[in-house]
Design a protein around this ligand. Structure first.
Ligand code: ADP
Length: 375
């Protein structure tokens, strides 16, 4: 691996010589002997700058501030003979990544100094990477929201007007098909936007003491008509007096809607969906278990491994030709993570699928992410 480049800025010859000997095997070192040289050289993009605090022609803290303003991800370590808290504070206020007293620098095992410098460089590299990813995602969100979703909404509005107007029957079938297809595209874009927002950390959970049965009843009410249209029965066995959980009722309803709509999609006509809630206290986990089980087409072991990742679509369509985005289960997983809970799947092809949601109770004080095996 190529060596990292290091600018060693110090006006004392003896210090430059000793530090050069200590760190020369690990870094490609260039020297600056005064503040002017340090400022000029710093623009060359060194991986790390080891900067004296006092030069006859300038101040290391000011130079550090200038470097960090120009490039916040550069790594600057101040070295100083000043062993005071004030000097230390000034250096960090100016954006320094580290502060080494010269006595310490010259007496410490060089491997430890290298390790410390390398970890600071790596930290800045990761920060830069995270900020760039975040920036790209924000741009993508903005394009999707303004340039893709908004025109689609306008298009759907116009089609809606067209559907209600007097159009020849020969055309009306085409308009219906266009309306349906635009509707699917819009719901895909909405799901994609939702997932991107979760992944960018833009969704802050608003968790309040919540009765989980309430969210489930709401979802069953919404989904029952879809199930009935396929002659699928939804049976709910909800335990009373469940422990209260810290939850966002809107998001929990979203998870339930996703699971129930999948259960309807992937169960043949005349099938059955069972929803169950129960309190669960075992192996240090105190909370609520929600089960959504169907006797539909089931999921293979191979498919199960990828099922919670975005864009995974096992079958292109449901048993009645229903289409999907492949995003629903990854959104469910994000929501469960925000609740510090988890989602699991058990399934057998041709027999059905059982999705399990684990929510920690509000009293449990358990803030760890749960992965509990019921047995
Ligand atoms: P989609 O919008 O495609 O349903 P999901 O992320 O919700 O996206 O589901 C991903 C895939 O997982 C589905 O395409 C389907 O193959 C499979 N799947 C999800 N739920 C079930 C279920 N209850 N029964 C069988 N397969 C399912």
């Amino acid at each position: 691996m190529a060596k990292l480049s290091l600018l060693l800025a110090d006006d004392e010859d003896i210090i430059r010589k000793r530090v050069g000997l200590m760190l020369g095997s690990e870094f490609d070192i260039e020297e600056a002997i005064n503040a002017k040289q340090a400022v000029e050289a710093s623009t060359k993009g060194f991986d790390v700058i080891l900067l004296d605090i006092m030069f006859p022609d300038g101040n290391g803290v000011d130079i550090c501030r200038t470097i960090k303003q120009a490039n916040p991800h550069s790594t600057v370590v101040i070295s100083s003979s000043m062993e005071t808290l004030e000097a230390w504070n000034k250096a960090f206020d100016a954006g320094a990544d580290g502060y080494l007293e010269k006595r310490e620098l010259l007496s410490t095992d060089p491997r430890k100094i290298c390790l410390m410098i390398n970890s600071l460089v790596e930290r800045n590299r990761l920060r830069k990477q995270a900020e760039e990813t975040n920036k790209k995602q924000t741009q993508l969100l903005s394009v999707l929201t303004h340039d893709v979703r908004a025109p689609f909404q306008a298009l759907l509005g116009t089609m809606e007007l067209l559907r209600k107007s007097d159009i020849p029957p020969a055309l009306s079938e085409n308009v219906e098909r266009m309306f349906e297809s635009a509707g699917y595209q819009l719901s895909f874009i909405n799901s994609l936007l939702e997932l991107l927002r979760f992944e960018s950390g833009l969704v802050q959970p608003r968790l309040y003491p919540t009765d989980i049965n309430l969210a489930i009843n709401q979802s069953v009410q919404t989904m029952r008509s879809f199930a009935t249209a396929k002659q699928i029965n939804i049976r709910a066995e909800l335990e009373e007096k469940l422990p209260t959980i810290h939850g966002d009722i809107g998001q929990i309803t979203r998870v339930m809607n996703n699971l129930l709509s999948n259960a309807v999609k992937f169960t043949k006509r005349g099938g059955e969906i069972r929803i169950e809630t129960r309190k669960f206290l075992k192996k240090g986990f105190n909370g609520v278990l929600v089960i959504v089980a169907d006797n539909g087409i089931g999921i293979t072991d191979k498919e199960r491994e990828k099922i919670f990742s975005a864009f995974h679509r096992g079958r292109e369509k449901g048993t009645d030709g229903e289409v999907g985005s492949g995003l629903g289960l990854s959104i469910c997983k994000e929501i469960m993570d925000l609740h510090r809970g988890s989602i699991e799947l058990e399934s057998r092809p041709q027999e059905g699928s059982v999705f399990k949601l684990w929510f920690p109770s509000a009293q449990s004080g358990d803030t760890t992410v749960i992965s509990t095996n019921e047995n």
